[in-house]
Design a protein around this ligand. Sequence first.
Ligand SMILES: Nc1nc2c(ncn2[C@@H]2O[C@H](COP(=O)(O)OP(=O)(O)OP(=O)(O)O)[C@@H](O)[C@H]2O)c(=O)[nH]1
Ligand SMILES: [Zn+2]
Length: 202
Amino acid sequence: MSVEFVASSFLPTRWGNFTMHGFIIPETGKEHIALTMGEWDSDEPVLGRIHSECLTGDALFSQRCDCGYQLESAMRRISEQGKGFILYLRQEGRGIGLINKIRAYDLQDQGYDTVAANIKLGFAADMRDFSICQPMLAHLGIHKVRLMTNNPQKIKAMQDAAGIEIVERVPLEVGDNPYNHFYLQTKAKQMGHLLKIDRVEK
Ligand SMILES: Nc1nc2c(ncn2[C@@H]2O[C@H](COP(=O)(O)OP(=O)(O)OP(=O)(O)O)[C@@H](O)[C@H]2O)c(=O)[nH]1
Ligand SMILES: [Zn+2]
């Protein structure tokens, strides 16, 4: 998939000053962004996060998931190191979109888990496409990554991306709370996420 770089700007945040880079997918018109801090050589492993949009967690402070906590923690860690990147991909709800995520939450309120809810709605458990990461990272001059994630599928997707090497997985286990504990257990048990949380039902 081709990605067109459009523009960059200064983005001061509560966790330091980033540069924001805007990209567009010509075929779909979909917009994605990257945040970067600092500079790197082309063969230098760069600390980073590939984050999928979660309006509820990232912007509305929802405790149903761990997304907002992970985004904050990733930005803090990059700021502490003085360099790193975040790809913020607009694939809300693991790719099913915001309104369908609300439908999936409604089903979860009725007892379905996050995987079963997606399937009940006629979707796969995870509909995301990480192929856009390769051209975005190439544009940023990043070829080696220390990736903040608990999701082995994401690492596998990046291993298939030409010219990008994941040299290290940096765990990002934050935000476990009573409202998302079952969701985190489901991610660990059914989606293979590498989480050290108690896997026994409470
Ligand atoms: N369909 C659906 N999407 C959800 C749900 N909860 C969170 N999401 C979305 O899941 C995506 C985040 O995926 P996760 O699997 O939590 O995390 P990840 O980014 O793959 O893995 P990490 O790198 O370890 O965080 C975001 O797009 C969220 O909007 C849910 O219950 N149903
Ligand atoms: Zn979320």
